[in-house]
Design a protein around this ligand. Structure first.
Ligand code: 5AD
Length: 480
């Protein structure tokens, strides 16, 4: 059966849930979903991500959240405490290891046992939350003092989200498109969207049966490599619609920094404005919409000072864009998973820059206005075609649009991606489309984009193509 964008009945959710809970023995711990709802009711409202984000938006504040996840629960608690005391993090992450993201719980278990035997707790690249189970997650909840975010990035999120919600997490990061297309080769896009429908519908159950407003976040940056803003924004909006249909009321759209201040600031504005318009037009009312700005997601410099400057540039652009929240990086990015202190440093400098810039506005000049018009036109054109090819249905449209190349994600390894779109940076580091492939970018926008790339080609005496792409990808490494 083809995937469609329709709210699941509670019966369908609970039937599927029975199967989901069988995926790993810890599923048995959460059979009683009402107990999990009671647990959320017992939490202070300041530990609820929806509440904290809505308040920040009302107060016009930009919050900060790092990523972070280690193998052993006690170490993870220490990490989160450091991120608060030394960094000033507003929301607390739990990044999940790659086995768990892919529902390979037996392999996660083997890695946990191997780590324990060797006395080296952290051989996984995140917290294996499913194997760890609900009681251990609640230990994290009870020893920390901020909303907890399940940073799943999971193509296979169902049991993972279920257990983390029961553990007291109030926000789930991910999405059927953004957690699949950058990470897998052969896995079906339609099935991925369906698994994420389960997550959103489950979160709605908490609202229907306990008035708990849980928060969802789209993983906007996708592959993090030369993604034109119109692609990111179209995908974030589609994931938002898919979740709103399942009943999500608090949603953050995600966007990954490209590196050109004008383009990035305009993108955050267009993302929010356009999403509001589309939600309104599709009849999704009273959605609390916020924006997440991700510090640079591409190749980082190895050099400490260069890495810190890149983090600070991200903090500056994020703060000036008035995003609701900045997701931070650390200076260890090019080397692997950061230490707690190093991770906290990224949060601290970001917090400091936000505070220094508070009240500052990046005035809307003619160039910004032009970029805004162009970006809106391109994104609208893509979304219109997605709905057209999907007979008005966002899920069906997404699957068909990727197949046709109407949606096309640069550097995706997925067989479900056409990989025809080619993008480059222009003279000032903005990401421009040099060949749209089958993405319906209006001619007027393409003229604007190609003109910008030509300016660079001329000035630097380099032609669009492989060498230019290498330069683009390595642009912020400072060649180490
Ligand atoms: N701890 C901290 N950061 C992490 N990332 C991934 N796993 C972890 C972890 N366990 C961050 C890195 C990576 C991005 C996708 O997420 O910055 O580039």
């Amino acid at each position: 059966m083809e995937i469609t964008n329709h709210r699941w009945s509670e019966k369908r959710l609970l039937k599927e849930r029975q199967e989901v809970l069988k995926q790993w023995p810890t599923g048995e711990q959460i059979i009683d979903i009402d107990e999990a709802i009671e647990y959320h009711k017992s939490m202070p409202i300041e530990h609820n991500a929806s509440f904290v984000l809505a308040k920040a938006k009302k107060d016009k504040k930009t919050l900060v959240q790092p990523r972070g996840g280690v193998n052993i629960v006690d170490d993870h608690i220490q990490l989160l405490k450091t991120l608060v005391t030394e960094g000033g993090a507003d929301l607390l992450p739990t990044t999940i290891d790659s086995y768990t993201r892919n529902a390979r719980f037996d392999e996660a278990q083997r890695a946990i046992e191997m780590g324990t035997k060797k006395g080296n707790g952290s051989i996984l690249n995140g917290l294996p939350a499913v194997n760890v189970g609900v009681n251990e997650l609640r230990k994290i909840k009870e020893q920390t003092d901020a909303p907890l975010v399940a940073r799943t990035c999971a193509p296979y999120p169902r049991l993972l989200a279920d257990i983390m919600l029961a553990g007291g997490y109030s926000s789930v990061e991910g999405g059927g498109i953004t957690c699949l297309m950058p990470y897998t080769k052969t896995d079906s896009l339609g099935k991925s969207i369906e698994r994420w429908q389960y997550v959103a519908r489950l979160m709605r159950y908490y609202y229907d049966h306990g008035g708990i407003e849980l928060h969802r976040e789209s993983y906007g940056p996708c592959t993090g490599v030369l993604i034109p803003p119109c692609i990111t924004i179209a995908i974030s909006i589609l994931e938002c619609i898919l979740d709103c249909e399942q009943g999500i009321t608090n949603y953050s759209l995600g966007y990954g920094m490209g590196g050109n201040m004008t383009q990035d600031i305009v993108a955050i504005k267009v993302m929010e404005d356009l999403c509001k318009e589309v939600l309104e037009a599709k009849g999704y009312k009273n959605i609390e919409l916020t924006t997440y700005f991700h510090q640079y997601m591409g190749a980082f410099p190895k050099d400490e000072e260069k890495a810190l400057s890149l983090i600070m540039l991200g903090a500056t652009i994020g703060a000036l864009s008035n995003a609701s929240l900045i997701v931070t990086k650390s200076t260890h990015e090019a080397h692997g998973i950061p230490t707690a202190a190093n991770n906290a440093q990224g949060v601290r400098v970001t917090r400091n820059i936000i505070d220094m810039l508070s009240g500052e506005k990046y005035g809307s000049n003619d160039e910004m206005k032009k970029e805004e018009i162009m970006l809106k036109k391109a994104t609208k054109s893509i979304l219109d075609r997605v709905f057209e090819i999907g007979d008005g249905d966002a899920a069906l449209g997404t699957v068909r649009a990727f197949k046709a190349g109407i949606l096309d994600m640069p550097f995706s390894p997925s067989n479900y991606n056409k990989n025809l779109l080619i993008s480059h940076k222009d003279l000032r580091g903005a990401i421009r489309i040099s060949n749209p492939g089958n993405v319906p970018v209006p001619q007027e926008v393409m003229l604007h984009e190609t003109k910008k790339i030509e300016e660079r080609a001329k000035r630097h005496n380099i032609k669009p193509g492989y060498n230019m792409l290498l330069e683009d990808i390595l642009a912020f490494t400072g060649r180490n």
